[in-house]
Structure formats: C-alpha cells, structure tokens
Ligand binder design. Sequence first.
Ligand code: SF4
Length: 302
Amino acid sequence: MEYNSLDSYLKRTFGGKVYKLALSMGATCPNRDGTKGWGGCSFCSAGGSGDFAENTLSVGEQIELAKKRVDSKFPKKNDVPRMYIAYFQSFTSTYISGSLTLHSLRERLMAAALNKCVVAVSVGTRPDCLEPEVMQILTEVNQIKPVWVELGLQTVNEKTAAVFGRGYELGTFTDAYCRLKKAGLYVVVHVILGLPGESEDDMLETVRFLSGLTPVLDGIKFQLLHVLRGTRLACDYEKGLFETMDFEEYCSVLGKCLKLIPKETVVHRITGDGPKRILIAPLWSADKKKVLNSLKKYLLSI
Ligand code: SF4
C-alpha cells in the first residue's frame, strides 16, 4: 500500500530533503505541575517527549548545536545548504508559565522562523494551551515560515485518556483544531497505538475520527506505546497490568490505520523511538532502523 509520507511531502513542498532540529522552548507542562494534573501522562518521561532537545541555550545556539548533531549523523556529501525544521518538541511549548512568557514565546519562535536555514517551525503542544494571545503569535510567525502545531491527542477514547491522565477532553481538542485551521495553521495530531486497555477497534476509531475532520487533517504521527523507565506506565507494566504490542500486531494495526486516512493527510511518522537508555519495553523497538525498514517492507506488501 502507498501512503502520503513526510519525506515525499517535504520534497514536494521544499524541493529537497529537510532535517529536523530538536529544540526546547524552555516550557513545562500543565499536566505535570498541578494545573491540569500531577506527574504528567502515564507514558511521559521526565524529558517531556523531548529527550533529545537542549534546555538551557538560546534558540540560535540550540539550532547550531542541533545542526551539528544532524550533520554528524548524516554527513554532508556536497556544499548545498541544508534545510531544517525547527521542532520545539519537549513538554508543552505554548504553555505560558514560569520563565516562558508571551513575550519570550514570540521571541523564541521568531528566532527560529527568521533563521535562514529553517524552512518551517513545528511546535508540540496541548489543545488547552492555545489561548487567543498564543494563537495570535503562532499566526504572526506563520506569515514568515509555515508553522506546524503538533497536538498529542493519542486517542479519542475518553476512558483510555482518563487512565493515562491526558487532562483534557475530546471537545477541547476539536475546539482547538477548528481555531487552528481557521487561523491557517498546519496541524499534526499524534496517536499512540497500544495504549493500555485499547482494543484494535479503539485504535481504528481514533483514526476514523481524525480522518473525518473538516477541514482535512494536515498530518498524523503514529507512535508505538513505549514503556520508559521512571514513568507511571513503567510501574503498571512491572505489575503486569498490561502488555506491549509485538511487531506483528503493530504492523497489522498500523496498516489498517493507514488505509483509513485521507490521501491528503501526510503521515509524519509510522512509529516513534523512545530514548534507548530508558526503554523498558517493547525492546524490539530499540533498533529504529531495522524496525522502520521492516515496517516499510510490510506496508509495501499489503
Ligand atoms: S501533555 Fe505531553 S509533555 Fe505533558 S505530560 Fe502529557 S505527554 Fe508529557
């Protein structure tokens, strides 16, 4: 089967390969500090889904450092300048609290958008952290470079969401989605496959819901549930309260999900990679390259 992959979308849109730079906005998360909940979503590690980003440097410094990291991983073969997406990944990047003010949010997003090598700015956040002032800033930055807003919905099943402690209801997501699309922003939604208590039907229901959104969803990221050391999920896993998916199960569900999504929706990710040093399960997911190749091979075969 074919799907609209991020690589091909980036090539079509920007005319070549684009690399992601993992950055930190210096934000925390309302689901960790008691505003919405304590301790965060059960699967979230202390790095707040951004275990590869730096925390204390300016955006410009982070960009330079992240570029070096990318260049050492993918050595340059010529002098053609590389294109990058500035990805504010860790915690909730539009949560105005502590050292992150509206002013510093604007300043940091602008610093990324005005950087010559950056072709798009991606912001990972929650739908309940998109107040009108934040929307105004995102819209302003979107005039300079495309802004992608990434929302960690994970599931439309309210029961599952309550179990892992998402801290907002589906209505909050749909309201934010409508406002983001009305403002002309590009929206990517994260979905986790294999959440405790979810059947295959539950997972497909989430994808069916997202596939029916109007206007059509711009991007979707599929992530295999990882159990990471130090999370609440790890305690439940060690108590034997749930099992993680095996590779065959993941392939099968992912294939069914991909068949449901509209052709216009770009598949930004077909699985994720939890930081290896704290990965408890499933261990088969640790070899990212092998997993991705096997997944792609499976998808081609169906
Ligand atoms: S909303 Fe995101 S950053 Fe916050 S606890 Fe959940 S996964 Fe972690």
